[in-house]
Design a protein around this ligand. Structure first.
Ligand code: MN
Length: 329
């Protein structure tokens, strides 16, 4: 998915000191609703980045959407757009999305299956919900690439973790390790990504790496995460130091969260539109290059390249601010 804001704001992402206290050990990030664009503008609920907190490990972007009736929202139609310096993680609960990219990947994104696209130095992709999709429900996540890996070659990985029954619920580990499950998909920084279903009136305890910070995003039902009850699409954050995270479902139906984790990123990044970089110059250069490819597709000097099989216009970059994009602080 893309950040489709016609006016793209610069976001500086860096580690933040937690404002959680002994009394309220969980910092709650409330989502803001953002229209994803398209004719009828499918709304998404964004918890990362925000002023309060912009990174959880290398996780730098989190949108939650649906369940949406495609007949009402028009579904997802995200035309070719570029990325740099990041990986995208598509995780669906319902529906199907057709992914195409400029390294020739053509994949169907389906519920419970990880699709991880590494932009590295540059990639372009499109995402369109399939005609048979009536309900669209899922998450779009981005992972910032560390400095040593951000110019790597673009890549695409698919992995369908087996959901595993655990005490109190069920877990699907798509990146990293917990509950005795380990994803085979390599990451450039230590990460955790898992879908966790908590049975009615049950508690799930997950062993986690104590050097990781964690965020739990509530998808459905009600969950008490480490002593704090989350509302739908809210993200509960806990700093490093825990070897177990506890999820309690006080409700009468299954509840579901996505648990994200990672070691504190330790690098400051600039995020503008669909680009992650380190300096104003490189963000502007990526934008200029994309604009040149939009104006004349199939350029010999393509950095992002064509998206084979996609018919339609590409998404032009927003206007870049006249003032330099500068890190805060
Ligand atoms: Mn995208």
């Amino acid at each position: 998915m893309s950040n489709l804001d016609a006016r793209a704001d610069l976001v500086v992402c860096q580690e933040e000191v937690s404002n959680a206290t002994q009394v309220t050990p969980v910092e709650v990030l409330t989502p803001r609703e953002v229209p994803l664009g398209g004719l009828r503008a499918m709304p998404v609920r964004r918890t990362l980045p925000q002023r309060q907190r912009s990174l959880i490990g290398a996780w730098c972007f989190a949108d939650h959407y649906g369940p949406d009736q495609v007949s009402e929202t028009g579904g997802m139609t995200v035309a070719p757009h570029p990325h740099t310096g990041l990986q995208t993680v598509s995780w669906l609960f319902a529906g199907e999305i057709e992914h195409r990219d400029s390294i020739g990947s053509h994949a169907m994104v389906r519920p419970g299956e990880l699709n991880l696209m590494t932009s590295g130095k540059g990639i372009a992709h499109s995402e369109v919900s399939t005609p048979s999709t009536t309900v669209l429900h899922g998450m779009q996540l981005w992972v910032a690439l560390p400095d040593h890996a951000r110019h790597t070659a673009p890549a695409f990985a698919h992995y369908a973790p087996e959901p595993v029954e655990i005490a109190g619920g069920r877990v699907s580990v798509f990146l990293g390790s917990t509950a005795g499950q380990t994803s085979p998909v390599a990451t450039f920084t230590p990460l955790l990504g898992a879908e966790v279903v908590i049975s009615a009136s049950a508690t799930v305890e997950l062993e986690v790496d104590p050097t990781f910070e964690h965020g739990a995003i509530l998808d459905q039902g009600s969950v008490d995460f480490e002593g704090t009850v989350l509302a739908r699409a809210e993200l509960g954050y806990v700093p490093p130091g825990r070897s177990v995270v506890r999820l309690r479902n006080p409700g009468d139906d299954d509840a579901r969260i996505v648990l994200l984790g990672g070691t504190p990123f330790g690098e400051q990044i600039l995020m503008w539109w669909n680009f992650v970089g380190r300096t104003d110059d490189e963000i502007r250069a990526a934008r200029e290059q994309w604009q040149s490819e939009v104006a004349s597709p199939g350029r010999a000097d393509a950095r992002f390249g064509d998206v084979p099989g996609y018919v339609g216009d590409w998404i032009p970059a927003p206007t870049v601010p006249a003032v330099p994009l500068r890190p805060r602080g």
